[in-house]
Unconditional design. Sequence first.
Length: 341
Amino acid sequence: MTSVATLGSHCALQVLKGAHDEGFKTILVCEKKREKLYRRFSFIDEFILVDSFKEILEQKCVAKLEEQNAIIIPHGTLIAQMNSNEVEAIKTPIFGNKWILRWESDRNMKEKLMSESQLNIPKSISSPKEINGLIIAKRHGAAGGKGYFLATNEKDYKRKRDKLIQQGTIKGDSDLYIQEYAFGVSAYLQYFYSALKDELEFFGVDRRYESDIDGLGRIPAPQQIDIDTIPSFNVIGNIPLVLRESLLEEVYSMGEKFVEASKRLVKPGMTGPFCLEGVYDDSGKFTTFEFSARIVAGTNLYVDGSPYSAFIYDESMSMGRRIAREIKNAKKNNQLSKILT
Ligand code: AMP
């Protein structure tokens, strides 16, 4: 019997609840410190307790997962806590295309895939000397917005960079990627691409609530000016959003272009859930500053389905459940090799 496994963090509850609802045995690879939390949920059938998630690379853990015929569902914590070489070395089958996760983690590869997708993206800035207007400096990898900062010129950039070095958050310029700041209303577009059906499903939209940048709006401007901390973009939670219906056509076409480009650059291409992240300007034009090539935590909003999944499914369909449904369909038709790497 096939089981579905994931790491205990990020969207583990949604993923395992969805797998349980689709009839799979569920396994949580859980750090000992979080065991008490996850024991509260009866849909988790088995726990593999670890001190660090990196233990999924070790033979002991591999053997346990193999015994259960497990498929790992990758999420943000996997990428945040392991480098690309480690992710690619995981022996247990991974849902989706594990090779594309490197394209998510490496900012330059990421930019290449977004350009190949013909998405409208903010300009990247190769040297602090070239800063001429508002930029955002971002750390590599899935840092979740921690240690990001805004600057308007080289001097401003260097002052903030040096502060982060002092704090031990970064080592130097090579840890940062500089991008033009894109103005507008943020929206995180959640998709599922079924490699089995060759079909793109739009699943939902969220906005991120980020500390402390989103808290700053509550402080009047004179007090903001007096504050000497560097506001970060650390995600605290997610807020639901529905889009004007007239924006949907473009949403699908951006998702399709991304899937097509990924097929060209990183075979077998984008499979399963992904997210295009950016802002809408005043004319409804979307600028994509980021993508996630796996399930995003913003889908946790829609455990009972979303305003968009309701148009595709006559049942509550979360992203976690959609993943499990894909595995079920692939198994039934002997096509697991199409959706696993
Ligand atoms: P990321 O890690 O790229 O998802 O960025 C974390 C947060 O930083 C986002 O949720 C946005 O609030 C902000 N952000 C990142 N890149 C940009 C950009 N180019 N323009 C405006 N905001 C950005």
